[in-house]
Design a protein around this ligand. Structure first.
Ligand code: DGJ
Length: 734
């Protein structure tokens, strides 16, 4: 049984594929964390629980009386107010004002499968033999609070998921001041912390830093998971790199304010905790009410970062995304945003679509500006009615026109927002997030609808459904272009105002659940000013995300490389755009723009009617090639070879599951003179196979490519790239 409880030693041993996770219940009922790491078959718990002054298994803990300092013991879900002075995983406030709590073992359940988390996205199983679950119930007898720690260990992945559920079992109100999803206390702090940080147009840059005593954290207070910090951290052993060493990943399946923190204490233990950001959060738990935290997906890798990423990629592709498109090849799209911005006519759109069809593109996406009086970003969000001046034949007519050219039709929407200059806002000025007597700060001339309100949720479900029913729409780009300010809701009582941001996310999830269930045949792509909400919570509903508003090929190397630390290639939208690039004004060759975009979910974002005939011929070849390699790119295993954060070159590799086919991409930013020979040693392929390079038919043995490497041909000039497609000899010849 992958989850085992030893009654004699009061120890839980959870086993995932090659991972062990062990907890121990002290005789007084407090729960300690014992181990997380490489799988152990039957460790001797007596050894694991020996601390310098105390052997916890033998000891009747009650004998220690006042002398037992929790501060030097690794805790499983630490409380506030006892002898552990580190950051607690949760904190409550009782009616008498007390903020102290103490959880002791109550009972537990072990069963096959994985439970759903009510109202929240989470990883899942397709049959119950895939995973095992432990529900560990803890109780605070003074507060009458039950906290259930929920763990699932996946049998085929090095994955353990965690969340916590709070239940008020008493007669008095309990206020949750902090309710994190997980806590792991490592026995030492010889780690580096890796985070994915950035800003609009430069999301998810990889940052690695050593742990130091004190608290190091990343967080969002913006109401969205954010461009600035992704809800993910990893701890890497000092000697760990892409291929070697222990790595622990922590990824939060949540799209709102989060906190991910590591506290290094006086004994050099490292406490990792993660969950909803306690900043400006509280939750009132009335008698018999429950509160479920979001899920953290913990991945252990014994062989470096790349293995950790591969685990996340596979799990998120197959057991987080739910859409029927999760296993389907995604269409090559053209989006009119950078081609026209707001300035288009129906005729112009059709011209673009016609060009797209000639180039082999499969889906035409109409971006912002098709509704209300929206000719710039200063009006009409909320008025989701087609602008007949721009599109005389309406969405239905336009979709039919596009379909008759042989393309599918997709549409942009930003349903969570309202423009002050809109009929919706004039009708419902209290429908936005706001606080009485305070200004309503605008950003991009818009306000955020109050999705904590059921009437607003219902309205959004209705307008989006009406639009999706009004025309043959195969794809939706669901955008969200600002963060929350002056956070408050007109319908919540004073004592619940600090619930607004989390209630918003729960409201968003309800809307997405409803709409994606009603329209299973629509492919949804999420977006938030590019990658401002690129998180596992959104991927649960929408199986792809617009990675960044920055479409420059060179900037994208870093963005896509960083994104790949957690997220699979199939989830990343990547488009060829015009030069000079609209964000960084750089001019790069079409080839490198194509190679970067063909490393992920491929598309276009430029005025195709302005291309020269040579460019069109070149693009046709890329489109044709992408169709040939699409399955490999979207479902293959990804290996990072050279990091754009470390130098002038980037390289990555995509290998099919059976290792019979792979793509090698090499990018060089700036050219040089009289350069040294460059050999790239490949990973993840089969050393026993012989591979043929498609382009020139040359033959390589797998071991040669892995151990001696392949020479990168001489490249001239800046912004150069190569994409090499190899096939195992027998499939090539067969
Ligand atoms: C932000 C998105 O990231 C862009 O791709 C585009 O859809 C604009 N919004 C439209 O307003």
């Amino acid at each position: 049984m992958p989850i085992y409880f030893d009654k004699n030693t009061r120890t839980f041993h959870l086993s995932a594929k090659d991972t062990s996770y062990i907890l121990h219940v002290l005789k007084n009922g407090a729960v300690l964390h014992v181990y997380f790491g490489k799988k152990m078959k039957s460790p001797n718990i007596y050894n694991l629980l020996k601390f310098p002054h105390i052997n916890l298994v033998d000891t009747d803990i009650t004998n220690f009386g006042n002398q037992l300092m929790l501060d030097f013991l690794p805790q499983e879900y630490p409380a506030y107010g006892n002898t552990d002075f580190r950051s607690p995983a949760y904190q409550i406030q009782l009616e008498n004002g007390s903020t102290i709590s103490d959880l002791r073992y109550l009972s537990h359940k072990i069963y096959k499968g994985k439970p759903k988390l009510e109202g929240l996205p989470a990883t899942y199983v397709e049959n119950e033999d895939e995973a095992d679950t432990l529900e560990l119930e803890l109780y605070d007898k003074v507060a009458n609070l039950k906290v259930t720690l929920i763990y699932t260990a996946f049998r085929d992945y090095d994955v353990i998921t965690r969340s916590a559920k709070f239940e008020n079992m008493g007669k008095e109100d309990i206020k949750l001041l902090k309710a994190l999803s997980m806590n792991v206390d490592f026995n030492d702090s010889n780690f580096d912390m890796l985070q994915l940080s950035g800003a609009w147009a430069r999301e998810r840059h990889v940052i690695r830093r050593p742990l130091v005593p004190g608290v190091q954290s990343i967080e969002s207070r913006r109401g969205a998971s954010s461009h600035q910090q992704n809800p993910f951290i990893a701890l890497l052993r000092k000697d760990a790199d892409e291929w070697h060493g222990d790595v622990y990943g922590f990824s939060l399946v949540y799209s709102g304010n989060f906190l991910a923190q590591v506290e290094v204490d006086q004994y050099n233990m490292a406490r990792v905790s993660m969950g909803i950001n306690p900043f400006d959060f509280s939750w009132l738990l009335k008698p018999s009410e429950t509160f479920q935290t979001p899920e953290v997906v913990m991945v252990y890798s014994d062989s470096g970062l790349n293995k950790m990423s591969n685990t996340y990629h596979k799990l998120y592709r197959s057991r987080l995304m739910r859409s029927k498109f999760k296993d389907k090849e995604r269409p090559i799209l053209i989006n009119n945003w950078e081609a026209t911005y707001f300035d288009f006519t129906e005729e112009k759109l059709k011209e673009l679509a016609k060009e797209a069809k000639d180039l082999g593109i499969e889906l035409f996406v109409l971006d912002d500006g098709w509704f209300g009086k929206r000719n710039s970003d200063n009006s009409s969000l909320g008025d989701w009615f087609v602008n007949k001046e721009k599109i005389p034949s309406g969405l239905d007519g336009l979709a039919k026109g596009i379909n008759s050219l042989g393309l599918k039709f997709g549409l942009w929407m930003e349903p969570e927002m309202v423009s002050p200059d809109s009929d919706l806002y004039r009708r419902h000025p209290d429908w936005c997030i706001h606080v009485p007597d305070r200004p309503r700060s605008e950003s991009r001339n818009q306000l955020v609808l109050d999705l904590s309100r059921k009437d607003v949720q219902d309205y959004i479900i209705k307008v989006v459904s009406d639009i999706l029913e009004s025309a043959n729409i195969s794809y939706v780009k669901w955008d969200m272009n600002r963060n929350m300010t002056e956070i408050g809701s007109a319908l919540l009582p004073p004592e619940r105002q600090r619930e607004t941001a989390h209630r918003y996310i729960l409201g968003l999830y309800r809307i997405l659940e409803e709409i994606t269930t009603r329209f299973p045949d629509v492919l949804f792509e999420s977006c938030a000013g590019g990658g401002g909400r690129f998180d596992p919570g959104m991927l649960y509903y929408m199986p792809q995300t617009w990675t960044s508003d920055d479409t420059d090929a060179i900037e994208r190397l870093k963005i896509q490389y960083g994104t790949s630390i957690v997220y699979p290639l199939i989830s990343m939208g990547s488009h060829i755009s015009a030069v000079p690039n609209h964000q960084v004004h750089r001019i790069t060759p079409l080839k490198i723009r194509a190679h970067v975009a063909m490393s992920a979910n491929f598309g276009f974002e430029l005025d195709l009617t302005k291309l020269s005939s040579e460019e069109k011929e070149e693009i046709k070849k890329y489109v044709e090639k992408y169709k040939e390699i699409r399955k490999l790119v979207q479902f293959g295993d990804f290996y990072r070879l050279l990091s754009p954060f470390e130098g002038n070159e980037t390289a990555w590799l995509i290998v099919s599951e059976d290792k019979r086919e792979f793509l090698l991409y090499y990018f060089r930013v700036l050219g040089g003179a009289n350069e040294p020979i460059k050999r790239l040693r490949l990973k993840g392929i089969n050393p026993d196979f012989n591979y043929v390079l498609e382009d020139d038919g040359s033959l390589y043995s797998g071991d040669e490519l892995m151990y001696a490497g392949i020479v990168i041909p001489e490249l001239k000039g800046d912004f150069q790239s190569i994409m090499m497609h190899f096939k195992e000899e027998s499939i090539k010849n067969g």
